[in-house]
Design a protein around this ligand. Structure first.
Ligand SMILES: C[S@@+](CC[C@H](N)C(=O)[O-])C[C@H]1O[C@@H](n2cnc3c(N)ncnc32)[C@H](O)[C@@H]1O
Length: 311
């Protein structure tokens, strides 16, 4: 391996959060929706619209352009196609809630050193709550549950293409909050009906995307708690677990999987959709960092390995 010629890559790693914060604040201002409605707005116009001084408005616009989210248009700025698709409020794949939800998590990441030393979560009050899925956290309620749809819609479409759900008639989506998989799979497979099993307040919040998709007749909700209920709802021929197992430790995962198995008839299927690290545990980057995110967010969870599914 050749010696690097400069610490530039380290500079990019250590300043990664500057870009993340610029994107989060631009999203909070709803800058990309504004520029969609008024492309070519100047820094002075953006400043006036948002009650900012011109200097910070221009600095934010320049940073967003540097990040590839804006481009120059005459004396002003306009969205790039990426920003126009994912960061304009009301668009089908709006990603702003995911941006704000993940930004909210930096509170725990700021205490990563503490989590490394204590092997305990820093993203929620571990004395007051059992897990990060706490209905008391209003910020979480606002963004996380909406963000699940944005985070999962693309992988849900990929799953619909990668796996033949043709023989499946009734799908039980365990921990299916956001209902992204149910919506995308029902869109792709006309005969499919799905049940979202999730905590009661999450089921309530997930009704909105289902009704927006016009699928209330095919997607139903079974509010419950997979840790506490003795059994999961019966009457399904497949169970989906998407991004659920990485939230829990090995013992809890075995408990959840045993309940999924027990809820299915003979010949039923359990499908698991997850971010996985390579067996060699040296990447890819996103699942590797997700594992640290699980350190700050959970008791004992980790990103699992590709071939064995073990931590
Ligand atoms: C990371 S999210 C994944 C959501 C969805 N499956 C997806 O991939 O878009 C984990 C889900 O597990 C649900 N969950 C957490 N604890 C639960 C419990 N005890 N019983 C049922 N669902 C639970 C959460 O509410 C959340 O919707």
């Amino acid at each position: 391996m050749r010696s690097p010629r400069s610490p530039r890559r380290l500079m990019e790693i250590v300043t990664g959060m500057w870009g993340a914060k610029a994107l989060a604040e631009a999203t909070r201002l709803d800058l990309f929706s504004q520029l969609s409605a008024a492309p070519g707005s100047t820094a002075t116009e953006v400043a006036a619209r948002n009650g900012l001084a011109v200097r910070p408005a221009e600095q934010l616009l320049t940073a967003c352009a540097g990040l590839g989210l804006l481009r120059r248009q005459g004396p002003g700025y306009a969205n790039t196609p990426e920003a126009e698709t994912y960061l304009v409020r009301g668009r089908p794949d709006y990603f702003g809630d995911a941006v704000l939800s993940l930004d909210h998590r930096y509170a725990g990441w700021m205490r990563l050193g503490e989590a490394l030393r204590s092997n305990a979560p820093t993203n929620f009050d571990a004395q007051a709550s059992e897990s990060m899925f706490d209905p008391e956290d209003t910020e979480l309620q606002q963004h996380f549950w909406k963000s699940m749809y944005a985070l999962s819609a693309t992988s849900a479409r990929a799953l619909a293409a990668a796996y033949d759900f043709g023989p499946v008639r009734r799908l039980l989506d365990v921990g299916g909050g956001g209902a992204a998989y149910d919506i995308e799979l029902c869109r792709a497979y006309e005969e499919l009906r799905a049940t979202v099993f999730d905590l009661p307040f999450i089921c309530e919040l997930s009704r909105e995307p289902v009704s927006r998709a016009g699928l209330t007749d095919r997607i139903s909700f079974a509010p419950g708690d997979f840790l506490r209920e003795a059994a999961l709802p019966a009457g399904h021929d497949a169970v989906l677990l998407s991004q659920v197992l990485h939230d829990w430790d090995e013992r809890t995962n075995r408990l959840i999987l045993a309940k999924c198995f027990a809820a299915l008839p003979s010949g039923g299927r359990i499908l698991i959709s997850e971010l996985l690290v390579d067996d060699t545990k040296d990447g890819p980057l996103l699942p590797a960092l997700m594992s640290l995110n699980m350190l700050v967010s959970t008791w004992g969870a980790t990103t699992r390995r590709r071939s064995t599914g073990r931590g």
